[in-house]
Ligand binder design. Structure first.
Ligand SMILES: *Cc1c(COP(=O)(O)O)cnc(C)c1O
Length: 263
């Protein structure tokens, strides 16, 4: 069943209303945490939303869109190619064979989690004469079904990244545990924040860990309270998706559907 917390936004007025409501909630979370709302970027995540509605989102002020499947994003980018101020951000796990497509049109990739993928992206980006903003994905939930490096793997990974001249490292990204309880979710965000504080000193020159991408429709306020600088919000802007989250991030017991949440 679609989540009743997220009414569908079908018109320009709906989208404006939902965007304003999310902005307000971000501002309130910032206020609680003593933060400046200007330090939090709202990245609208538009997977499953068709190009016609994304044109309205652009009209409502969206200048970047996050997608978790590269092929789907590419189709929409072509349909909206006339909107030349629109940036595309890939937020989901990427298979190496899709790296070439990302190199063609994406401005940012938030799920860098292997050396091999960094090598492939570097080669493809060089061929395109392009660069890419990247976030290193960290698994803070300990769930095997979530992608990302383990916290222990991150320092060594950061050390090799300066070798990739096309990849501009901006920070870290995580998906929290899926839980209706706020505390375990908060712990994931707090862990990413603390790891970032710890690694910032040791990060090699050129590796910028300023950004923390964490928080989605169900938990972005907690993420903001814990230091998020980017929140990735889909359903609270566009309306509930028909498929449950398990379709995008399968439970550990249903590894056979894991490919559904791969870019
Ligand atoms: C879909 C998605 C989001 C947004 O989730 P919503 O529940 O729609 O807010 C955030 N991050 C990633 C990686 C996603 O795939």
């Amino acid at each position: 069943m679609p989540d009743v917390r997220y009414p569908a936004a079908l018109t320009l007025a709906d989208l404006r209303r939902n965007l304003a409501a999310v902005d307000t909630r971000i501002a309130e979370a910032c206020h609680r945490a003593g933060r400046d709302p200007a330090g939090v970027r709202l990245l609208p995540v538009s997977k499953t939303v068709d190009a016609a509605r994304l044109r309205l989102a652009h009209e409502a002020g969206c200048r970047e869109l996050g997608e978790n499947k590269v092929q789907e994003a590419w189709g929409k980018a072509q349909a909206l190619a006339d909107l030349d101020d629109l940036r595309w951000v890939i937020v989901g796990h990427l298979q190496g064979n899709k790296a070439g497509l990302v190199a063609r049109f994406a401005s940012e990739f938030q799920a860098l989690d292997s050396l091999r993928l960094a090598e492939t992206l570097e080669r493809r980006l060089q061929a395109e004469g392009r660069g890419l903003d990247v976030f290193v994905q960290v698994n803070t939930s300990g769930e095997a079904s979530k992608y990302g490096l383990t916290p222990a793997e991150v320092p060594a990974f950061l050390r090799v990244l300066p070798a990739f001249s096309t990849l501009r490292v901006r920070g870290l990204m995580t998906l929290a545990l899926f839980s209706s309880e706020p505390e375990p979710v908060r712990r994931c965000f707090r862990q990413l924040y603390q790891l970032r504080e710890q690694w910032r000193q040791a990060a090699p020159a050129g590796i910028d860990l300023s950004e923390l991408s964490m928080g989605m429709s169900g938990d972005f306020e907690i993420a903001v309270e814990e230091g998020a600088t980017v929140v990735r919000v889909g359903q609270a802007i566009f309306g509930a998706r028909k498929l449950p989250d398990g379709h995008y991030w399968p439970a550990e017991s249903s590894a056979s559907t894991r490919s559904e949440h791969e870019a």
